[in-house]
Design a protein around this ligand. Structure first.
Ligand code: ATP
Ligand code: MG
Length: 179
């Protein structure tokens, strides 16, 4: 079985800027620059036999390239139970249309439909024991956080390799968007 997900990749400069938000004093596992991504669809464990059909289906998607701007920080699932610190992005219709199209295609292939609403985010840290007050003050300090828009020219199929000290994500396939 391969642990797969579909996601967007980020430019080097944006990775560096996201990593610069890191507060090393927290009881948290901060993502390293090579781990940043924006998940469009988590597929979970997939039989290797299914890979050709999956990649063929994703390759059929015709969607336009677009620009994406990280803006704002958020905590998931909630401030009272902060587990993940993430950067949000400006909502653009192309992003949601792409996610919906991927969802439609993978459900056609037999994957279980995603029942949770799509909340696009870039995970910055997995919080272990960070007091809500510290999270709140971090969000307050970075309330104006925003990065310049970057072009999204492709989406990717990733394999996730889970390790006790953090996952390693490997890009298996690149699917270009239409210029
Ligand atoms: P770890 O599970 O060790 O903390 P991780 O969550 O980054 O690492 P995966 O669980 O393989 O690694 O997840 C890969 C990507 O898919 C991540 O962006 C993760 O947030 C997302 N993801 C994982 N599970 C789900 C899920 N059930 N629904 C939506 N997205 C998910
Ligand atoms: Mg996980």
């Amino acid at each position: 079985m391969l642990r797969l997900f579909v996601a967007l990749d980020l430019p080097e400069d944006h990775r560096r800027r996201l990593y610069a938000l890191r507060d090393p004093s927290w009881k948290a596992r901060w993502a390293t620059p090579d781990q940043f991504h924006l998940t469009l669809r988590f597929l979970g464990p997939v039989e290797e036999d299914l890979l050709p059909e999956l990649t063929r289906t994703l390759a059929e998607i015709e969607a336009p390239a677009f620009e994406l701007a990280p803006r704002g920080l958020m905590v998931l699932p909630s401030l009272t139970r902060p587990r993940v610190l993430a950067a949000a992005v400006d909502p653009v219709p192309e992003l949601h249309a792409l996610q919906a199209e991927i969802e439609r295609r993978v459900v056609d292939l037999g994957f279980t439909p995603e029942d949770r609403p799509f909340r696009p985010h870039i995970t910055l840290a997995r919080l272990k024991q960070v007091p809500t007050a510290a999270v709140r003050s971090f969000l307050q300090r970075h309330r104006d956080f925003a990065l310049t828009p970057f072009p999204v020219r492709a989406f990717h199929l990733y394999e996730s390799h889970l390790h006790p000290d953090g996952a390693r994500y490997e890009i298996l396939h690149r699917f270009p968007l239409q210029p």
